[in-house]
Ligand binder design. Structure first.
Ligand SMILES: [Zn+2]
Length: 216
């Protein structure tokens, strides 16, 4: 009998949005056992669902080339996970696969068109919800933010801890959310919609994942 090669780490990519509006309007608890609820999906910035899917697909190709296994919460315009199709379902999809990291891919929108740059959100510490994934998520967030800022040369808005994100609070695997730029900023919007820039974002994501998993 030949010993099996160590299984490659699985990276879970979660392109944001793409929820049918009737489902997006539904609410779900922000964390296990919480009485506080939030809508599943407000739809995101205009054009966001398509842009983040394109980036995630490019990141998947780069990660596969680096030898990772990759699972995606959606590969088409609409989320089809069953299980409510909200952020709980997205987290559970990654939990079930024991992902080494869940990477949620988003783009920002603001009423201030001058706002621009990249940031990475990570779970805030919450006993019973994120205490088990807080440290590795923060470490992954720092790695992804550093490489994303490098490959895009966009303004570095840093790593931000968030306690209000359902998809983080239900995650049992390390999780980060990259805000890959502002679709409300005309020049950043143009870049985000170009294949060349999407590829730079994807390269940043793949390099950040590699930096994180090398130390896990
Ligand atoms: Zn979004």
């Amino acid at each position: 009998m030949i010993a099996a090669a160590a299984a490659a780490a699985l990276i879970c990519l979660d392109p944001g949005h793409g929820t049918p509006p009737a489902i997006g309007r539904q609410v779900e608890p922000v964390g296990p056992g919480s009485k506080t609820t939030k809508i599943k999906d407000g739809g995101g910035a205009a054009g966001e669902a398509a842009v983040v899917l394109a980036i995630a697909k490019r990141a998947r190709a780069l990660l596969l080339a680096r030898g990772y296994r990759v699972a995606m919460t959606r590969t088409g315009p609409t989320i089809r996970l069953g299980d409510g199709n909200g952020n709980i379902a997205r987290a559970r999809f990654c939990n079930r696969r024991h992902a080494a990291l869940m990477v949620r891919v988003h783009a920002n929108g603001s009423t201030d068109a001058a706002q621009h740059g990249v940031s990475t959100l990570v779970p805030a510490w919450h006993r019973g919800w994120t205490d088990d994934v807080y440290r590795p998520s923060l470490r992954a967030g720092r790695a992804l933010q550093r490489s994303l800022a490098t490959t895009t040369r966009a303004a570095d808005r840093g790593v931000v801890r968030r306690g209000d994100l359902t998809g983080f609070n239900w995650a049992d695997v390390p999780a980060v959310l990259v805000e890959t730029g502002f679709l409300s900023n005309p020049s950043e919007r143009r870049r985000l919609q170009s294949g060349a820039y999407q590829q730079r974002v994807a390269r940043g994501l793949a390099a950040g994942v590699a930096a994180f998993t090398a130390r896990s």
